[in-house]
Design a protein around this ligand. Structure first.
Ligand SMILES: C[S@@+](CC[C@H](N)C(=O)[O-])C[C@H]1O[C@@H](n2cnc3c(N)ncnc32)[C@H](O)[C@@H]1O
Length: 238
């Protein structure tokens, strides 16, 4: 797909990023995650599900080194490499294409910033964010995130932290239960944001109600207003 350059304000930095209609482009979730993640200087960071690389770039600009950025979509990694170079952090950030931890299988990190697809398949395809080439989170949005949670402790150093988001456009409660199973009582909710449905969701409201009845998503319905929620979490290793 042809790329274009757009300016985004993420984590206190104005970034000129190459994006395209074939990949996941940065959203409000990207900005909220960047605001939440605290990076000790010199921390080793993995940006998992990096898209075009904004969170890896912000991590490096804040002093993380080395930073690895992984995404399963080859075009996203090509654009991420371009963006990493343009941001002047190519000496710190390595972008790799592959499934979850596979490209960094022998590495451990101080921080993992997880942003792999966590939205129910049907909702993702209705949304403006997920072009066909970008994998979704499966039937109820939890497939990739549950796999990530299972393997992440192996890739965290002692006192390491995993940041992750849940969205009620998936079975968010299932994700949190799984995180608590893996990390026990070391899972902390950091913040919560509510967003109105985008026009694409409003047009498909009956289908979304059916998905809600099936327990795959949840959202608030107040008169003619429909709201989904994004929650940010940190899980830590002992
Ligand atoms: C919600 S987007 C986040 C992108 C980026 N972090 C941002 O904020 O712009 C999710 C990303 O996870 C990637 N992804 C989905 N499944 C994956 C997997 N199994 N392994 C690695 N990346 C994956 C998608 O290609 C997509 O770029």
């Amino acid at each position: 797909m042809p790329s274009r350059t757009e300016r985004y304000s993420i984590g206190g930095y104005d970034l000129d990023l190459s994006v395209s209609s074939g990949v996941f482009n940065p959203t409000t979730t990207t900005q909220r995650l960047a605001d939440e993640v605290k990076i000790p200087a010199g921390a080793t960071v993995l940006d998992l599900g990096c898209g075009v690389g904004p969170l890896a770039i912000v991590s490096a600009l804040r002093g993380a080194n080395p930073v690895f950025a992984v995404d399963i979509v080859p075009e996203a990694i090509e654009l991420a490499k371009e963006n990493i170079k343009r941001a002047g952090v190519a000496d710190k950030v390595t972008a790799l294409c592959g499934d979850l931890f596979e490209p960094v299988k022998d590495k451990k990190f101080d921080l993992i910033v997880n942003d792999v697809s966590g939205i129910a398949d049907r909702v993702a395809r209705l949304s403006p964010w997920y072009p066909d080439a970008v994998p979704t989170g499966g039937n109820d949005g939890t497939d990739v995130v549950l796999r990530m949670l299972e393997t992440s402790p192996k890739h965290l150093k002692p006192n390491g932290a995993l940041y992750f988001a849940t969205s009620t456009l998936s079975d968010a409660a299932k994700i949190v239960r799984h995180a608590q199973k893996v990390f026990k009582d070391r899972v902390e909710q950091l913040s919560s944001y509510r967003f109105p449905f985008c026009p694409e969701f409003m047009q498909a409201i009956n289908e979304l109600r059916t998905l809600r009845d099936e327990g795959k998503v949840t959202f608030e319905e107040r008169r003619s207003r429909y709201i989904w929620t994004l929650d940010l979490y940190r899980a830590t290793t002992a």
